[in-house]
Design a binder for this molecule. Sequence first.
Ligand code: MTE
Ligand code: MO
Length: 360
Amino acid sequence: MPKYQHRAYCGIIDNFSEAEVCLANRNHGTLAETLVNDITPTGMHYLLTHFDVPFLDSSLYRLELREGFENPLSLSLDDIRNLHNVSMPVTLECAGNGRRMVEPRSKSMPWGGEAVGTSLWTGVPLKSVIDMAEPNSATCDISFWGADYGYCGDVGHHFARSLSVSQLQELDALLVFEMNGQPLLPQHGAPLRLVVPGWYGMASVKWLVRIEASPVPFRGYQQVKSYNYRQTSEEQGKRVEDIKVNSRMVPPGAPDWTSRDRRLSAGNIEIFGRAWSGGGTGIAKVQFSVDGKWIKAKLLPSKGRYAWTKWVVDWQAEPGKYKLMCRAEDKAGNVQPLEPPWDIGGLGNNAVQCLKVTVV
Ligand SMILES: Nc1nc2c(c(=O)[nH]1)N[C@H]1C(S)=C(S)[C@@H](COP(=O)(O)O)O[C@H]1N2
Ligand SMILES: [Mo]
């Protein structure tokens, strides 16, 4: 058993700073038991908000596309709702998911593995709106600006991200106004957000108010300073983009109130969970292990190209103490590592989950 799993899943990680606890209280995770649902119930989907939630009046709302466009647009919410729209189930995961198991810990939102959820998003294909506005022929990057503003160290900025022209063409990004058939909740980006399927969550800009086309690469803080995989603070690193293959199980049995240790009754137990990967890549295989012995789980068809896959396995549980793990492989042959990949910001940790249970 790798050392980190012992620390991470047996409650040994401690010395969380007050700042980390404050972040954890603001940005809740998706409860593991909600993984029974194909669609995470609205309000139970994880949240990651860097600054404060801005409250935008949807009756006054405009999405502005001016800078860098031949045919500048200012769209009301109704203008957007009246365009051809689609609904897609998309699994969103925070790039910092699993951060608290990466040591030494980066002092940011201390996610375990709970920053993942799937919603049915309804919106207008981003490409169609960009086409309507006609970006200048010299356009290199298109940037997406949130209404929220805050600081990372001394750098004040609106949360903003960009996509290159070729990424825009390849991705099925949506300008989203509904989550699970209802208007977006304030904390999820009301009244309009971007959803970039297959990419980690940082690309899915909430409270989207402005889109710009630029002939030079976009250099916004959240684009170039955050969200790079880095081994050391000196290097520029590699951009965080596609979600890496990952999986979670629904903890079987019942928890103890404060320790969350699980207890279950001996007999045939159905273990199930979810597996997902990025870039529209499907799941090829999920394995489940009791104390290091791996068996293959059964996969159920996923509900969409960008939605997670349910897996199920039967376990004949005899009394004793066990460590359960699950491990997914995607159709491109990527397999979850047993140890967290090192990253100074704790980004992209897709190491296998390990759960301690007692069978009585
Ligand atoms: N404007 C804005 N958009 C944002 C963020 C933010 O802080 N501000 N957080 C991003 C990150 S890091 C993630 S993981 C997702 C989370 O979306 P959710 O809170 O709806 O789950 O939103 C992204 N979009
Ligand atoms: Mo995130």
